[in-house]
Design a protein around this ligand. Structure first.
Ligand code: ADP
Ligand code: MG
Length: 352
């Protein structure tokens, strides 16, 4: 069935669940010594020595989190893994294994699932994690993806959302708002396409934004940097729902306020250009956009020297007493409370 003469579009009914799983997982390799038994039995077996294990799960639903009209399946496979790894890095731990569960309707072919798994395997290779199991089911409508990631680290290295102290620096990696603007561009071009299928999408000049939306990366290099510079943040979170919402999580869990400086928020020039086009304030894209998968963390002042010249990291504010609340100092010099929604509620995608 899987020989060279395979038609380019093999219906899943022709294959059966057992052969499908076998086919999709046939060339999996284990890279982690902690993987004792991978795919193929009733359960995977992992063995860790003294480290603590971390587990996190994320679900991606067609029509809610992705649109197959413009999310290529290979990218989607890659992204499904990456968004989960990001949660483990946000605890200052290293991801080691994942499991992947899928529900698909019969409109998917074997080849389309192979494409999806190509992306999954690429992410596993890039981040050196093992795919050790999962589940496969049919669905009446659409595609459901659920990834569980397992990570490990020394207990003393784990960083929580709580733990920040007044006066700690508030630091973010990379830049913000690009993935959100990428989504705006893709949505716009998709609308044009629906009206006129002969129109080619206008994506030139937006490459960075589109890539940030369709093929995000988790911040492994920041985790590596912490290790090499002997830095342990006092609190940390990854940015999946927008800077505002994540800052509020750190403030809430650490029982502190903060002062964020709007003009210090790192925003890529392409994001700024796209915001001009969409008549949107770039800070809104960064604060409310989401899906950046950057790391937001707080750092004791004593570590300032270590990070001040790191091009990947930007100090955007500091933590204050809880009475002062979470405040943003705007570029006009006024101070406003940070709210997760309400900056521009209609921009916010529906998430739960
Ligand atoms: P069970 O009937 O016990 O649930 P399955 O036939 O679903 O077993 O799975 C057989 C093996 O294949 C297990 O090791 C399982 O973890 C793995 N597996 C199933 N679906 C997937 C998937 N989508 N991706 C990776 N591994 C999978
Ligand atoms: Mg099963």
């Amino acid at each position: 069935m899987f020989d060279d003469k395979m038609p380019v579009c093999t219906p899943l009914e022709q294959i059966g669940e057992f052969s499908l799983i076998k086919h999709l997982t046939r060339d999996l390799v284990s890279r982690q010594v902690s993987t004792v038994k991978s795919v193929g039995d009733d359960a995977a077996i992992l063995e860790f020595s003294k480290e603590q294990l971390l587990i996190s799960t994320d679900m991606l639903l067609e029509g809610i989190h992705f649109n197959l009209a413009y999310n290529p399946l290979k990218h989607l496979g890659y992204k499904s893994v990456v968004v989960n790894l990001s949660d483990i890095y946000a605890m200052n731990a290293r991801p080691t294994q994942i499991t992947l569960s899928l529900a698909i309707s019969n409109r998917f072919s074997l080849e389309s699932l192979e494409e999806f798994y190509e992306g999954v395997k690429l992410a596993c290779e890039h981040y050196q994690v093992d795919l050790v199991g999962g589940d496969t089911s049919s669905s009446r409508l659409g595609m459901f993806i659920s990834v569980t990631v397992i990570g490990a680290t020394d207990k003393k290295d784990i960083v929580f959302r709580k733990g920040a102290q007044p006066g700690d620096l508030l630091v973010v990696s990379g830049d913000l708002g690009a993935a959100y603007m990428g989504l705006q561009i893709l949505e716009r071009e998709h609308k044009v396409f629906k009206v006129n299928p002969h129109m080619q999408p206008e994506l030139k000049g937006y490459e960075y934004l589109i890539e940030r939306q369709l093929k995000p990366e988790a911040r492994k290099e920041v985790f590596d940097l912490f290790k090499s510079m002997n830095i342990k943040p006092t609190s940390m979170i990854d940015i999946s729902d927008g800077l505002a919402s994540e800052i509020l999580h750190l403030c809430d869990q650490s029982d502190l306020g903060c002062k964020l400086f709007e003009d210090r928020i790192p925003i890529d020039p392409q994001t700024i250009l796209a915001c001009e086009e969409f008549k949107m304030h770039p800070a809104i894209a960064a604060l409310s956009g989401g899906e950046d998968y950057e790391l937001l963390f707080t750092l004791a002042l004593k570590d300032y020297e270590k990070i001040k010249d790191q091009p990947l990291l930007k100090i955007i504010g500091h933590m204050t007493s809880p009475e002062e609340g979470a405040q943003i100092l705007t570029q006009y010099g006024t101070s406003t409370s940070i709210t997760a929604q309400g900056w521009d509620a209609f921009l916010k995608k529906s998430t739960f």
